[in-house]
Design a binder for this molecule. Structure first.
Ligand SMILES: [Zn+2]
Ligand SMILES: [Zn+2]
Length: 375
């Protein structure tokens, strides 16, 4: 049996590189060779044991790669060697939920999220892509892996915060938490035409980045009360839309306090435990507020749209990729990412040992080596 290297979840706070069977595609499936992937905040929840997955599972849900094998029925649309992105969410496009337009809930609650959740994920040399025709999205020529690395999850999720909140031209928007997803929500509010965008966080570099991504006001909640300041900036009313991008009671509550009557709380965070809506900011349940939640939109058409924004140079997410590691060094990468050391935003992980410039070794960019290092 052909084997490959992959990062396996063994139990809470226990992950490691192991040799596992290399996947083979069935009809309608494809196998891609991963060239670049990354670590998500959700993976941290999983590794800590806060979100349960089965031991033995390969983690990771943000794949950038090259088509390695195609199962039956795909040859008319795809070719081996093609560079592709696959969304973190892989809808089938045919079930009750997909045909009702909620692709992320494909086949049932959270069912569209399969990689590194219910099936083996992207922290590996090879990845089996289910329902490949709905999910393999060719990368436009000229874009590097790192330029599209945030497309499978972070950009799609962050932008969806503004979309689900139905941000309109001239709206006021507050985005609570400016991690990679919050920053993409800030960017999303700008793309949707918000006039006032207030970014809230406690890390100065993240607030600085928020300004680059479209915030006109950046509030450090350690220095001032964000809700009071948001009320002051909106003639006492509150914002039209508040986006929650952390998944904590405090930020959820602040969002609720920050929106005007009739406003929308658009929630992106992954929560654990109980979530409480305080009586006064919930107006006893009579405030005409909307609370909407969104799981990352996936599927190849979503990926195509997001990559078209990058190809057209309307969006540049590469400043968010701050560190590079070989997949073998997952322990080091995870330690840095989960503890937010060294100003890390997102790490690029390369299954093939490509070594970074800052370590004084050769940088083999995955995008330029894609064709020459065929197995
Ligand atoms: Zn994620
Ligand atoms: Zn489906």
């Amino acid at each position: 049996m052909d084997m490959m290297k992959a990062v396996v979840f063994r139990g809470a706070n226990d992950i490691g590189v192991e040799e596992v069977p290399r996947p083979k595609p069935g009809p309608g499936e494809a196998v891609i060779r991963i060239t670049t992937t990354t670590i998500c905040g959700t993976d941290v929840h999983i590794v800590k044991g806060e979100y349960a997955v089965r031991p033995g599972l390969v983690l990771g849900h943000e794949p950038v790669g090259v088509i390695d094998q195609l199962g039956a029925g795909l040859e008319d649309e795809y070719t081996v060697g093609q560079r592709v992105v696959v969304g973190a969410i892989t809808p089938c496009g045919q079930c009750f939920y997909c045909l009702n337009g909620v692709h992320s809930q494909c086949r049932g609650p959270l069912g569209g999220w399969r990689f590194g959740n219910t099936i083996n994920g992207a922290w590996a040399e090879y990845l089996l892509v289910p329902d490949a025709r709905a999910n393999l999205a060719p990368i436009p020529p000229g874009l590097t892996d790192e330029e599209v690395l945030l497309v499978p999850d972070i950009f799609s999720t962050g932008l969806s915060g503004a979309e689900s909140g139905n941000v309109r031209v001239g709206d006021s928007v507050a985005v609570f938490a400016q991690g990679p997803i919050g920053l993409c929500a800030t960017l999303g509010a700008r793309l949707r035409g918000a006039a006032l965008i207030v970014a809230v966080d406690a890390v100065p570099q993240r607030l600085e980045m928020a300004r680059r991504f479209g915030a006109n006001v950046a509030i450090n909640y350690r220095d001032q009360d964000p809700v009071a300041e948001i009320k002051r900036l909106t003639e006492g009313r509150g914002v039209d839309v508040a986006i929650e991008a952390l998944g904590k009671q405090e930020t959820f509550e602040s969002c609720l306090r920050a929106i005007r009557p009739g406003g929308t709380l658009s929630s992106l965070g992954v929560y654990s435990g109980k979530l409480v809506a305080p009586y006064e900011s919930f107006y006893a349940g009579l405030g005409d507020q909307k609370i909407v939640t969104t799981l990352c939109p996936g599927g190849k058409e979503r990926m195509r749209r997001l990559m078209s924004m990058i190809a057209a140079r309307r969006v540049d997410l590469s400043p968010l990729v701050t560190h590079r590691f070989a997949l073998d060094d997952i322990a080091e990468a995870y330690e840095m990412f989960s503890n937010q050391r060294e100003g890390v935003m997102k790490v690029a992980l390369h299954p093939k040992r490509v070594i970074t410039e800052e370590r004084g070794e050769v940088l083999l960019h995955a995008a330029t080596t894609a064709d020459e290092d065929c197995c």
